[in-house]
Design a binder for this molecule. Structure first.
Ligand code: MG
Length: 164
């Protein structure tokens, strides 16, 4: 069984991962509205990864003989003014999620829950990749600035993203 504090925090993290999925789907919908199909595709793949993150915790909570409690998912932001603004938001979002994972790791250490600490290490490593991939795209978008050709090339490149 998980301690009440760890149980509550993991349920909250399931909600945060599902809210991330929802945010990335909202970003995909925005890109579809702009006919940036490659970026929309990238966001759909990203949303799928967030779903997997949520399910990883869902399964873990069950494995620890504790009950998963699902709570309401906030409506995601839906409007942006540029691809750069979207990816800047995505990067900031991943930084926020990394901070949540670090908080969780502190909590499980205080609760002397070694198994949960071990479980969360995968997420801490995953966040390094999540931040790096969003940051790289922000950097590329800044470099091309207002160039339509540049935006088109990045859109094509992001359309190649495979599912993990
Ligand atoms: Mg995630």
């Amino acid at each position: 069984m998980l301690s009440p504090k760890v149980h509550g925090a993991l349920n909250q993290q399931i909600n945060a991962e599902l809210a991330s999925e929802y945010l990335y789907l909202s970003m995909a919908a925005y890109f579809e509205s702009q006919d940036l199909k490659g970026m929309a595709h990238w966001m759909v793949v990203q949303a799928g990864e967030e779903h997997q993150h949520a399910m990883r915790i869902f399964d873990y909570v069950n494995d620890r003989n504790s009950r998963v409690n699902l709570s309401a998912i906030e409506s995601p932001k839906a409007e942006w003014t540029s691809a750069l603004e979207v990816f800047t938001d995505a990067y900031a979002h991943e930084v926020k999620i990394s901070a949540m994972i670090n908080e969780l790791m502190n909590l499980v250490a205080m609760e002397r829950d070694g198994a949960s600490h071990d479980f969360l290490e995968w997420f801490a490593r995953e966040q390094v990749e999540e931040e790096a991939s969003a940051q790289l795209i922000v950097s590329q978008l800044k470099r091309v600035g207002d160039s339509g050709v540049g935006l088109h090339l990045i859109d094509q490149q992001l359309g190649q993203r495979g599912a993990k």
